[in-house]
Design a protein around this ligand. Structure first.
Ligand code: FDP
Length: 343
């Protein structure tokens, strides 16, 4: 029965429950859903049309831009700007905040997105995804937009989610009332509710990390890994290691099966001394989702959703997943921090 609820119906129902709702959020969400379908179609046909490989450009992160990355970014910016309910956007691919032009109708919402996460997997037919995070502006709508409108703490998000382009295309999101998953039925072109009220198991069985970089981690991060591999841990046996290398895909698997995703600080790489993942377009949305599903997300010591961003492309160390597993990481980091203080 639940399979017959479309994502639009679900959002409309949610809207009815919010006093004073104006329908603006529903409009924004409709544009997101349409963008996801357009990007999903391109991903499905990727090997058949000339959309694999690099554009030749380097993005703000210093990474080579893939054609599909650029395509997804263009689709999202074009569609969302026309939703009539946004004042600004920020993309992982763009250095600065993208203000909605004055020639278009504007609203109070702000969206931050990673158009195609897991870029290194694009050309090899491995799961990739789109991640988004939605806020409301805080400053007076009649005045100029302020950077603080976009640089809000994750706890201020009104919605967050991702689209996973996998063996099927899935949209998973939260508006702060639990996490719901919708699967695209290509025969009718609709996202249908397939995973209502997702809960992440309290105790995981999987750790996901790029273990190849272990030698570049600090002492306590190595200790964390040793814990998950040890037969003396909470499971009384080593966890399974699973790492796809696409945050959306690794996160989604752990959300359903239970486990922990980790991208710690990398002491070797001057580009990643504070980790690789972006606070605004990757860590915040995933943290909101995981908390809504009963899990936790930290940067080692602190709750991710409480971090005050200081710039658009800020990176943080990221540990996220099942409650018990994330707590273990936090305890190890806290004991290291006490040890350092006592020295
Ligand atoms: P990618 O660089 O392929 O776009 O943040 C981007 C991301 O992928 C995540 O999706 C993924 O979890 C991580 O980086 C993979 O990085 P490593 O290759 O360093 O493990």
């Amino acid at each position: 029965m639940s399979q017959q609820v479309t994502v639009t119906e679900h959002i409309l129902l949610h809207q009815k429950m919010v006093p004073g709702a104006t329908g603006q959020f529903t409009r924004l969400f409709n544009e997101l859903v349409l963008s996801a379908k357009i990007i999903g179609r391109a991903v499905n046909k990727a090997g058949l049309v000339d959309i694999l490989g690099f554009t030749g450009d380097i993005n703000v992160q210093g990474e080579e831009v893939k054609k599909l990355d650029e395509y997804a970014n263009r689709i999202l910016i074009h569609r969302l700007a026309r939703s009539g309910v946004l004042c600004a956007m920020a993309s992982e691919e763009n250095a600065d905040i993208i203000e909605v032009p004055e020639s278009l109708p504007r609203g109070e919402y702000i969206i931050v997105f990673d158009p195609l996460d897991g870029s290194s997997n694009i050309d090899v037919n491995v799961n990739i995804g789109t991640i988004f995070s939605i806020f409301k502006r805080k400053s007076d709508p009649a005045a100029a937009l302020m950077s603080s409108d976009v640089l809000q703490k994750g706890s201020e998000q009104v919605a967050a989610g991702y689209v996973l382009y996998g063996s099927s295309t899935m949209l998973v999101f939260t508006c702060g009332d639990g996490v719901h998953g919708f699967t695209l039925d290509p025969s009718v072109g609709e996202f249908l509710l397939s995973h209502p009220n997702i809960r992440i198991p309290e105790q995981g069985k999987i750790y996901s990390v790029n273990e190849g970089y272990e030698r570049y981690w600090d002492r306590h991060t190595k200790q964390v890994l040793a814990y998950f591999k040890s037969p003396q841990n909470a499971l009384r046996k080593p966890y399974s290691g699973r790492y796809i290398g696409s945050l959306v895909a690794d996160f989604h698997r752990n959300l359903l099966y239970g486990g922990i995703f980790m991208y710690p600080a990398d002491l070797r790489d001057p580009k990643k001394p504070t980790g690789k993942l972006r606070l605004l377009c990757e860590c915040n949305p995933m943290s909101f989702i995981v908390e809504q599903a009963g899990g936790l997300a930290i940067d080692g010591l602190n709750r991710v959703l409480d971090i005050e961003p200081d710039h658009l492309h800020q990176r943080i160390p990221f540990f996220c997943g099942s409650r018990n597993d994330v707590r273990v990481v936090q305890e190890i980091y806290e004991s290291e921090s006490r040890r350092k203080k006592n020295r």
